[in-house]
Design a protein. Sequence first.
Length: 108
Amino acid sequence: MRSRTPRACGCGNCRCRRHAFWPRSRAMVEVHLWSGLRSLTGGREVVEIQAETTGELLRELVRLHPQLQAPIDAGVSVAVNGRIIAAGLSEPIPEGAEVYLMQRLRGG
């Protein structure tokens, strides 16, 4: 049986059309940039972004700082809490995570 927990709109129906447009709160994270990117963000070493996944993080970075599009397209590595993410753009980012955007790491 489905729960009838009231929603913010007060309808109590989880399939209400109003929920399709209801904004979800996303995690706020600080993204540390490597020195080569700082000139593209007005000298900022750390940028605050709202994102739940690595893909959202990269899209939001480009939305806020369009100059980052070329370096991101060229390839970047994202580290979350000390772990380099290699699983793609759907890796979740917990709120308050330590996030670093780095030049793509390549083996050799």
